[in-house]
Design a binder for this molecule. Structure first.
Ligand SMILES: C[S@@+](CC[C@H](N)C(=O)[O-])C[C@H]1O[C@@H](n2cnc3c(N)ncnc32)[C@H](O)[C@@H]1O
Length: 235
């Protein structure tokens, strides 16, 4: 997500460290990342997410680590009733302001400040308790250089997908082409499926692949980003 993650112009590619490299508390790290005067992402939907959601019939949607809310607003504009959960109050304030500006009421685009590590222990207590679960649960670039219990959260998230609904995970599959030595944990389609371990009786795999995006690098050069895309459908 360095300069350009899908929609981004943010300063650093967030990779998926399972535990903190710096030891900095996640809330302190992310609030600092969002502390500038300007948004760090473009506000547009992640293109890979948009392609993966495609023409699914709108229903209820939950976006994990929604940042400044670009994906939630896009979903809402396509008819979904979308909720974003995000650790950073600053990011959520921006997401809410942009939703108001776009004319999206809280019935269509709602944001919750919460630590998804705690949510994973009591999802219904934080996400509004959609009793039947959500028709769509998404997580775009839910990766962090500081502590993030990603696997635990995503497994809990799978449990919030309603019958017939979809789980869509879009992640950095590799360092950006302009910074090949960039460290971090990069989920592959295989590692995502191994982590989720979806029971075949309960889940069908719609997509599990790496997609390459052509983008403009930080110095204006042609560059690429590889995204791991996993889409599961609950039977
Ligand atoms: C790399 S950003 C991606 C943001 C957004 N999904 C996007 O694609 O623009 C990861 C986001 O996860 C959030 N995050 C990290 N740890 C979290 C946690 N424990 N609970 C909720 N959100 C968290 C961060 O604050 C950050 O906004």
């Amino acid at each position: 997500m360095s300069a350009p993650h899908a929609h981004g112009r943010g300063p650093g590619t967030e990779t998926g460290a399972a535990s903190g490299e710096s030891g900095e508390a996640p809330i302190a790290f992310w609030e600092r990342r969002y502390s500038g005067a300007e948004p760090i992402w473009s506000g547009r939907v992640n293109a890979t997410l948009a392609a993966a959601v495609g023409d699914l019939a709108p229903g209820t949607a939950l976006d994990l680590g929604c940042g400044e809310g670009g994906d939630v607003r896009w979903l809402a504009s396509r008819g979904w009733r979308a909720v974003g959960i995000e650790l950073s109050p600053t990011a959520v304030a921006r997401a809410e302001a942009a939703a108001v500006e776009a004319g999206l009421g809280v019935d269509r685009a709602r944001f919750v400040v919460a630590d998804l590590g705690e949510w994973a222990g009591d999802p219904a207590g934080i996400d509004g308790g959609e009793a039947r679960g959500f028709d769509l649960v998404t997580a775009s670039f839910f990766q962090s250089p500081v502590e993030l219990p990603r696997d635990r959260i995503l497994r809990a998230a799978a449990g919030r997908v309603a019958t017939g609904g979809h789980l869509v995970l879009v992640s950095h599959a590799a360092a950006p082409s302009w910074a090949p030595g960039h460290g971090g944990d990069f989920p592959s389609p295989a590692s995502e499926l191994a982590m989720l371990d979806p029971a075949p009786d309960d889940w069908g795999t719609v997509t599990a692949e790496v997609r390459t995006r052509a983008i403009t690098g930080p110095d204006g050069e042609p560059a690429t980003l590889d995204d791991t895309v996993v889409v599961l459908r609950r039977r």
